[in-house]
Design a protein around this ligand. Structure first.
Ligand code: BG6
Length: 496
């Protein structure tokens, strides 16, 4: 991708995200020769650091988390010589004059063409404040160079706060200057869904209600809430994973072929999917949406705390750490095809995948081999880990007779000769630097997805009979989730 000289200004630079993800990702871009000739990175935060101290900390982050963590010391130093730090109180408007001064200094030094990206790696409470103060210094107006802003989820806490946040941001930045990160869209395998669907002649003719029985989208994590109890307890699985990441994945699985691969066309088609989500009725809320919370358990000799015992979690918390649902897309292609979505923490394994379940052949001519079930054809798009694609297909068991057994046609990214997979942040930061907003969320998409999940939030919050199922840490979530899946022979896939 072509990028022009520019500065990346990271607010909240003393935080974890900068250390673990952002600087390592920008360093990887540097190693891959993707940064422009003139660039500068300015970390801004309240914590006092000198440039030297900040660089030292960033070097530790690179050594731990970058793809090129083993790079020569002098490469890292050369990269870090364009990294600077500025300490201000980001909640005080008058201090933004220092940001402006520093940027004009860097601008001269590195010939940046007044092109600036502002990355808000801060608590969401600062999302409306920082743009206002940048605007106050004239830093948001694109007169001489470009000005872009990147924000991370959560984009609001519910529908009304999402609308409010969009309004606040759009007061100081034009919508096309705003880059809302959903890091799932930065994943190579998520982008590959478009290629699988639209670069192959064989899938797309089958990609509809006539041949697909149902679709599963799973994002399972084996970790618990770790040290994020404070944030997570006010959020829960629905807000944390489904409203954003999993509905984004769903839109790529379900969208119509775009006319062209351009941001406008792709975003337009995704938006149509969101608008076609069938609103959940009262009955759907009761029958088709399930929430759970992990309870303590000992798995293979290891003891795991229950969610309520985690630090910064209320002892009587009703926050869900698991959510599963059956939903429908009311359009021509998908009428009547259930989409099952599930996510949870403290499940048996870490895996994110999409499973396309094709309808069975019209007649069962062959017997399933002993000890096997005659399973439907499945196309499994493995998002992570072990990125790849797997097609399950029926094959004759060698020997006399005609017994059939399901076998795997399996492709692993790790089998590619050159299988460098850029991290999601690497890809997304580069895209923003190049002014390509295809993989970023539009304000309107954030609102329409909140609109879809809002009735669930309301039901869980207001109806005291809305069940919250416990599930033992290390299990696949509440048993009742199994009943969601229609059809006697159908269950969730349980990858190991
Ligand atoms: C984040 C959530 O957005 O995504 C986390 O806040 C979750 O709770 C994470 O663990 C999962 O991302 P990934 O890339 O590990 O699947």
């Amino acid at each position: 991708k072509k990028t022009i000289n520019q500065a990346l200004v990271i607010f909240g630079a003393s935080g974890d995200l900068t250390y673990r993800k952002l600087i390592p990702a920008v360093f990887d871009l540097f190693m891959n020769d993707s940064l422009p000739e003139g660039y500068a990175i300015l970390g801004v935060s309240r914590t006092e650091f000198s440039n030297k101290q900040f660089r030292k900390r960033m070097k530790e982050g690179i050594r731990q988390f970058a793809h090129y963590k083993e790079a020569e010391e002098k490469k890292i130093d050369s990269f870090l010589s364009s990294v600077f730090y500025l300490s201000i109180d980001t909640a005080k408007g008058e201090e933004y004059i220092y940001v402006k001064k520093k940027l004009s200094e860097l601008n001269k030094k590195f010939n940046l063409g007044h092109n600036y990206i502002f990355y808000l790696s801060t608590p969401p409470s600062l999302y409306p404040i920082i743009p206002k103060f940048l605007y106050g210094q004239g830093l948001t107006l694109q007169q001489k160079g470009f000005r872009r802003i990147i924000i991370e989820k959560p984009f609001g806490h519910d529908l009304s706060s999402a609308i409010e946040l969009n309004k606040q941001l759009q007061e100081f930045f034009q919508e096309d200057q705003i880059y809302r990160i959903d890091h799932y869209l930065g994943k190579e395998t998520v982008q590959n869904m478009l290629v699988t669907r639209f670069a192959n002649g064989i899938y797309e003719p089958l990609w509809n209600r006539n041949y697909i029985q149902h679709v599963e989208i799973t994002a399972a994590e084996s970790v618990g809430v770790e040290d994020r109890g404070g944030y997570y307890d006010g959020s829960g699985a629905l807000r944390d994973m489904i409203q954003n990441h999993l509905l984004q994945v769903l839109s790529l699985v379900a969208m119509e072929p775009p006319n062209k691969i351009t941001p406008e066309e792709i975003r337009y088609e995704k938006m149509k999917v969101f608008r076609s989500l069938r609103p959940l009725s009262k009955t759907d809320l009761k029958k088709n949406v399930i929430r759970g919370q992990y309870t303590e358990a000992t798995v293979r000799g290891k003891h795991y705390k229950g969610y309520r015992e985690e630090s910064n979690v209320k002892p009587d918390s009703r926050t869900e750490t698991y959510a599963a649902m059956k939903i429908f897309i009311d359009n021509w292609r998908w009428e009547g095809v259930p989409f099952y979505i599930r996510t949870g923490k403290r499940l048996p394994t870490q895996v994110s995948e999409v499973v396309i379940h094709f309808r069975p052949s019209p007649q069962r001519l062959f017997k399933a081999a002993e000890g096997t079930v005659h399973s439907d054809n499945q196309l499994i798009l493995r998002i992570q880990p072990d990125e790849g694609i797997l097609l399950k297909t029926g094959m004759k068991v060698p020997g006399s007779g005609y017994e059939v057994k399901s076998v795997n046609m399996d492709f692993h990214y790790s089998d590619l000769n050159d299988h460098y997979i850029p991290s999601a942040y690497e890809r997304l930061i580069l895209d923003c630097m190049a002014g390509d907003n295809m993989l970023f969320m539009q304000g309107a998409a954030a609102e329409v997805t909140w609109k879809f999940v809002q009735p669930i939030l309301d039901y869980w919050e207001n109806d005291k009979d809305a069940p919250l199922h416990g599930y033992p840490a290390g299990s696949w979530g509440p048993d009742v989730a199994d009943d969601l899946v229609e059809g006697k022979e159908n269950t969730w896939r349980y990858p190991c």
